[in-house]
Design a protein around this ligand. Structure first.
Ligand code: GLA
Length: 728
């Protein structure tokens, strides 16, 4: 519900459990009053404090009153160079060359439904209301439209910003944040998700320090190193208590998420496109739209925050061709063969998979052009006939005859120097003239800011999809951007290329979605280098990490699922010793870890023993039975794998609480093992649950407060699952 109080000029956004309030004050400055657990006050401006603070300047016209300063008041969208020295939301080079921006309230509109952002990912669906607030710079033609989407049921508030040049001369945008959120407190922890390739999204939590602290990416993608999802929470906030604020940016390129604890112990969070190399020229009457950010405030801990993001992303962001139904269990040949395969080898892997219940065969890298290693071939999306003499037209039907769907790997944004495409169009790769390009995985990045480049790739990939009648595509992206310079953009506007590249990627993905509505696209960037809410709008699942080690995955997947739903997390069982870590883990354990995700296999099943195959067959059966519970249910962390390496546990509980699947994986073993008692979460205290379909029945309250004990589990890296059903 969005309310405007005319007398006080306050705007209040209510969701079921939270309230957000702002006020246009007597000077027209849009002040932020509150965001937190739901309150009913129409005007919280009594919270504002006015004091004469040294070196906090006063707006012109203040006369002798030195108590009003943009530097001390909480701002809804902070400005630049006119008195607020904290984190800026926008910075504009005006026509006169000044870097000054002042924004004052000029009006607002409350609209039914959710706003849309052309060319950008955004939440959608039923039950939304939109608030649009217009702010104007009194001294230039720059206008800002602050957009708020309010999803009352899911406690979600989205934000986006549109800047328009209503002047007569061009201006340049140097910084446009999507989100600015002020707090009249600084006793908060900043939680971020960090790592690198094969070590994505490890949680870090630290109290806000004085000054700025930030994570971000200048790699052209959202990156393995940091994630555009952050949390601010009370110091003692845990899974079930404490106020938490989660903020996700729906963007897949350079981003900045910065928090500042300022001199008077208040705090500000900003989030948006990273200002690194960003400079966007706005000609008169042109607009620039910054990507959407999504906020969830949970009054009672991290778990409800996670659940709200999961539900909203699943139901109001991901456009799933399976419409929430179970997606196929896949087998991918990459870790089995890498580049070295032929048609018979692939069919053999698929046949083994089909016999064990798998439903989709994915042919990974190496099937096209001159692609026997990662030094050549990218960009030439025609079949390598040495490996596949009959082409996709021969292979794909053979897979389908096995009762499986056919899926294929592509890396549309890339080109190898050793390729027909590069020889024909060297200027299609990003790179400045007279400067050698930096290589990444021995490949260059195609200039996706250019329509003709995207059109060419689109036409080539259409042929691939059509000839294979593919049901699935793995859309990979295997390097960071460097040498970001486009031959199609004039010298003074090169600061637009990073963002235009992302818009280009979104444009192409959207075309595929439109023309192949039944196609399941799995995002990927060397595993989880582009795992963000922006990509999930186009690709319902994303390969979570190139690290398939079951034990490392416990942390990677736990970090990922703080925001992103289990159904979006690409997870496979692979062979041992693991390619990344050299570790041996039992097949059972690898299965349990992969079941906290999309679930599939990535190995040569022909090399498995009969006993292992039996385990696999049983795993596939179990996953199929439990997939709806795992993917549509509520996910509960039962341990913290970043602190507890002795064992990790989690549970999936159906929304009606009548069914639950508890998973436990132990770490490396020791003598004198501790007893493991898990206190479950999320059950109905008044229901009684049958354990593993047997005779044992236990009350929900007992399972949650007293717990469930696991008999001693000797050996390294063991796994157990317990399935609970409510007794009638
Ligand atoms: C990336 C992906 C892998 C695999 C290889 C193929 O690293 O993350 O899963 O597809 O590329 O080259």
């Amino acid at each position: 519900m969005i309310l405007y109080n005319e007398q006080n000029r306050t705007l209040t956004l209510h969701t079921q459990r939270t309230t957000y309030q702002m006020k246009a004050d007597r000077r027209g400055v849009l002040l932020h009053l509150y965001y937190g657990p739901r309150v009913e006050e129409a005007d919280l401006s009594g919270l504002l404090q006015y004091a004469d603070r040294g070196f906090s300047p006063n707006p012109s016209g203040s006369g002798e009153d030195r108590t009003y300063s943009l530097d001390t008041l909480p701002q809804e969208y902070s400005t630049c160079g006119v008195g607020d020295f904290r984190l800026h939301s926008a910075e504009v080079e005006q026509a006169d060359g000044s870097l000054l921006l002042d924004l004052r309230y000029a009006g607002h509109a409350i609209l039914p439904g959710k706003y849309a952002l052309e060319g950008l990912p955004a939440f959608f669906g039923e039950g939304w209301e939109t608030l649009s607030v217009t702010l104007r710079d009194p001294c230039s033609g720059v206008e800002a439209e602050l957009l708020y989407g309010v999803d009352e049921a899911d406690d979600l508030i989205t934000r986006a910003v549109r800047l328009t040049n209503r002047g007569t001369e061009p201006v340049a945008l140097c910084r446009v944040m999507s989100l600015c959120l002020d707090f009249n407190r600084a006793d908060l922890d900043f939680v971020t998700f960090n790592g690198g390739h094969v070590k994505e999204r490890h949680l870090d939590r630290a109290p806000l320090r004085p000054g700025e602290q930030s994570v971000g990416s200048v790699r052209g993608t959202s990156s393995h190193q940091h994630n555009p999802f952050v949390i601010l929470c009370e110091h003692d906030a845990g899974e079930d208590h404490g106020v938490c604020y989660g903020a996700a940016l729906l963007y897949s390129g350079n981003f900045l998420a910065a928090a500042e604890r300022s001199q008077f112990d208040d705090a500000r969070l900003v989030m948006g496109i990273h200002p690194y190399h960003f400079r966007w020229t706005l000609d008169p009457r042109e607009s620039f739209t910054a990507p959407e950010a999504a906020l969830v405030c949970s009054p009672d801990g991290l778990t409800p925050m996670t659940h709200r993001f999961h539900r909203a992303i699943r139901e109001k962001l991901i456009r799933d061709p399976y419409g929430g139904k179970r997606r196929p269990v896949l087998i991918n040949n990459w870790e089995a063969t890498e580049f070295h395969f032929d048609e018979e080898k692939l069919v053999a892997i698929a046949r083994e998979g089909a016999a064990l219940g798998m439903e989709l065969f994915v042919m990974d890298d190496g099937w096209f052009g001159k692609r026997d290693s990662d030094f050549s071939g990218l960009g030439d999306w025609t079949v390598n006939e040495k490996k596949l003499p009959g082409g996709l037209e021969a292979l794909a039907p053979r897979i389908r005859e096995l009762g499986m769907q056919f899926g294929i790997w592509v890396e549309p944004e890339m080109v190898s120097e050793d390729s027909e495409l590069y020889r024909a169009h060297p200027d299609w790769a990003l790179g400045a003239p007279h400067r050698p390009q930096t290589q990444g995985r021995s490949q260059l990045v195609l200039d996706f800011s250019r329509q003709e480049v995207r059109d060419h790739i689109y036409a080539a990939l259409r042929q691939v999809l059509d000839s294979a009648k593919a049901a699935y595509v793995k859309w990979d992206m295997n390097r960071s951007l460097t040498d970001v310079w486009s031959a199609a953009i004039p010298a003074g506007r090169q600061g637009e290329v990073y963002h235009r590249y992302v818009l280009g990627v979104y444009d192409l993905l959207e075309r595929f979605r439109r023309d192949y509505p039944d196609l399941l696209i799995e995002g990927c960037s060397g595993g989880g280098g582009r795992f963000d809410a922006g990509m999930l709008y186009y690709t319902p699942q994303i390969w979570c990490s190139d690290n398939t080690d079951a034990i490392d995955r416990l942390r990677i997947q736990c970090g990922t699922t703080f925001c992103y739903p289990v159904s979006s997390v690409g997870a496979h069982v692979s062979a041992v010793p693991n390619g990344q870590t050299g570790r041996y883990t039992p097949m059972e354990t690898r299965g349990v870890a992969a079941m906290c995700g999309t679930f599939g296999y990535e190995m040569d099943l022909g090399k498995c023993t009969d006993e292992e195959k039996e385990v696999v067959r049983e795993q596939v059966r179990t996953f199929k039975k439990r997939a709806v519970l795992i993917h549509q249910g509520d996910y509960y962390r039962l341990t913290d794998p970043f602190r507890n390496t002795a064992y990790a546990a989690w549970a999936h509980v159906s929304t009606d609480k009548r069914e639950a699947l508890v998973s436990l994986v132990t770490g490396s073993t020791t003598a004198a093992l501790p007893f493991i008692v898990l206190r479950l979460r999320g059950l109905d205290p008044d229901l009684r649950y049958r354990i593993d379909g047997g005779e044992r029945v236990c009350g929900g309250a007992a399972l949650m407060h007293a717990g469930i004990s696991f008999p001693l589990i000797p050996g390294d890296y063991q796994a157990r699952q317990v399935y609970l059903t409510a007794v009638e």
